[in-house]
Design a protein around this ligand. Structure first.
Ligand SMILES: [Zn+2]
Length: 126
């Protein structure tokens, strides 16, 4: 029998693999888009917060003698409160004055016995 190099059964395997490959790409594309869509509210939230920070800094620098250098130094000071210069202000959990357990700042109260610190800054609730 002459070998033409064409094997119909093998072609069907390749076609099947090709379909799977293309289906995988389509799924990746679909997942990417759904991730982008899910991120949109977060991106818009960050953009609003950025605008708020810019407006606050514009007012502060106009009304005071504080400079851009003062702002940069304060950012570094807050950043380093946890000992790591990572452009984030990670605040460690605080100790509950009533039971001694850690109070997660995200929840703003002791999850064991409900102690609610009164004098927390507005930034603690974000
Ligand atoms: Zn407690």
């Amino acid at each position: 029998m002459l070998n033409s190099g064409f094997n119909p059964k093998q072609s069907l395997v390749y076609a099947d693999q090709w379909e799977n490959y293309v289906a995988g790409l389509v799924n990746q594309e679909r997942n990417l888009h759904s991730t982008d869509r899910a991120m949109l509210p977060l991106v818009e939230h960050v953009e609003r917060l950025t605008l708020l920070c810019e407006a606050m800094w514009a007012l502060i620098s106009e009304k005071t003698n504080l400079s851009q250098d003062d702002l940069s130094k304060k950012m570094t000071e807050l950043d380093l409160e946890d000992g790591v210069l990572d452009h984030k202000h990670n605040k460690p959990p605080m100790d509950c004055p009533e039971c001694g357990n850690k109070i997660c700042r995200k929840f703003g109260r002791c999850l064991f016995f409900g102690y609610n610190p009164e004098n927390t800054s507005a930034f603690e609730t974000i």
